[in-house]
Design a protein around this ligand. Structure first.
Ligand SMILES: NC(=O)c1ccc[n+]([C@@H]2O[C@H](COP(=O)([O-])OP(=O)(O)OC[C@H]3O[C@@H](n4cnc5c(N)ncnc54)[C@H](OP(=O)(O)O)[C@@H]3O)[C@@H](O)[C@H]2O)c1
Length: 323
């Protein structure tokens, strides 16, 4: 079995069985991409309303049954799916769902950590049926790549994502981070002035070919609320969030709308990475909740669960810490 990223997706092979569908009850009706293949493999992929003042956000991960997103002996996240030797087609379906979500998106957020660890990462859409559906819908061939870094340090500028001239790149960093970024960046860039949001789109258009840099927050910490407002002003309405640590951060800020968790029925154990393994954990009295939107299955080796995040839910009857 190949451990490389698949680039061809046969609809029959990756077809998923829908076990539970809550979309109608949740009032979801927005379809962002007309694509026969998505209908055939996944069914009706619909969403709720996009927030008025920021981009809609959703993350997607594959994890083991013990919640791990990478092995200790190899940090390549996709191996969690591809080393499930009982169901290689289910692993393809996992990667295909990521491709679908890239396909409906205007931007994807990438963490510098993933770029350092995944040298073959491209952030592209590898299913030609989805790419063709985007082109037919008048969308660009691939979404913007949005790199987040508080520190502005050690962004791997030699990585292949920076040599892919067809897909524009944006970096969001903090004021302190920008001082570091200025010293290390080796590609042409422009700092976007978003004091007047109505000018953001033209600044970007007038600087095609340069990396757009957005400085948000204060000191060494960037601000996701501001980032998503600026993205919306740029016309970026839907954003796929790929870095695990940033996903955790967004949940802490109430900024992540949905999360797609694909469970590969393997066990990893140990102290390997999970979503937010390096972040400050949530507490027993204050943590994000979620509602199941849908559940799909492939053979008996992969389950694909989609969740809508709910914030600010507390136990009103007993708002004390549990012992
Ligand atoms: N199984 C899966 O589905 C899956 C998916 C993706 C990744 N992975 C795996 O997860 C691992 C990578 O995880 P990771 O946590 O090390 O890396 P990461 O989340 O890809 O990137 C971490 C970097 O993102 C930046 N960042 C994080 N939170 C931020 C915030 N609030 N604001 C601005 N920047 C922020 C920080 O950059 P600075 O330090 O420069 O500030 C941080 O070092 C890899 O092993 C990868 O293969 C698995």
């Amino acid at each position: 079995m190949s451990l490389q990223r698949p680039t061809e997706f046969n609809a029959e092979e990756i077809k998923l069985i829908l076990l539970f569908d809550n979309t109608q009850k949740m009032g979801y009706s927005k379809k962002f991409l007309e694509c026969e293949k998505i209908e055939k493999v996944y069914g009706n992929l619909v969403f709720g309303e996009t927030p008025a003042d920021r981009a809609l956000t959703y993350a997607c991960f594959v994890m083991s049954i013990d919640g791990k997103i990478a092995f200790e002996d190899s940090h390549l996240g996709p191996l969690i799916a591809r080393t499930n030797f009982l169901d290689p087609s289910g692993a393809k379906a996992d990667y295909w769902i990521l491709n679908v979500l890239r396909g409906i998106s205007d931007g994807i957020i990438i963490g510098s950590g993933t770029l350092v660890k995944e040298l073959d990462y491209r952030g592209r859409i590898f299913d030609t049926d989805i790419v063709n559906a985007r082109i037919k819908a008048g969308m660009p061939i691939a979404p913007w790549k949005i790199i987040v870094s508080n520190s502005g340090r050690r962004i791997p500028y030699e990585h292949r994502v920076f040599t892919d001239k067809e897909v524009p790149i944006l970096i969001n960093t903090s004021p302190e981070g920008f001082k570091n970024l200025e010293k290390e960046i080796i590609h042409p860039y422009v700092v976007i002035d978003y004091s007047d949001l109505s000018t953001v789109r033209s600044q970007v258009e007038n600087n095609k070919g340069k990396i757009a840099v957005i400085i948000t927050g204060s000191n060494g910490i960037s601000d996701g609320h501001v980032l998503f407002k600026v993205l919306k002003a740029m016309g970026i309405e839907r954003v796929l969030v790929e870095p695990p640590s940033y996903t955790h951060y967004l949940m802490g800020e109430g900024l992540l709308d949905e999360i797609f968790i694909n469970t590969s029925a393997i066990f990893v154990g140990g102290k390997c990475a999970s979503i937010g393994w390096n972040n400050e954990p949530f507490t027993s009295t204050n943590h994000p909740h979620a509602e199941v939107v849908s559940i799909h299955i492939h053979k008996s080796n992969f389950i694909y669960v989609r969740y809508k995040l709910r914030y600010g839910i507390t136990n009103m009857a007993s708002p004390k810490k549990y012992l």
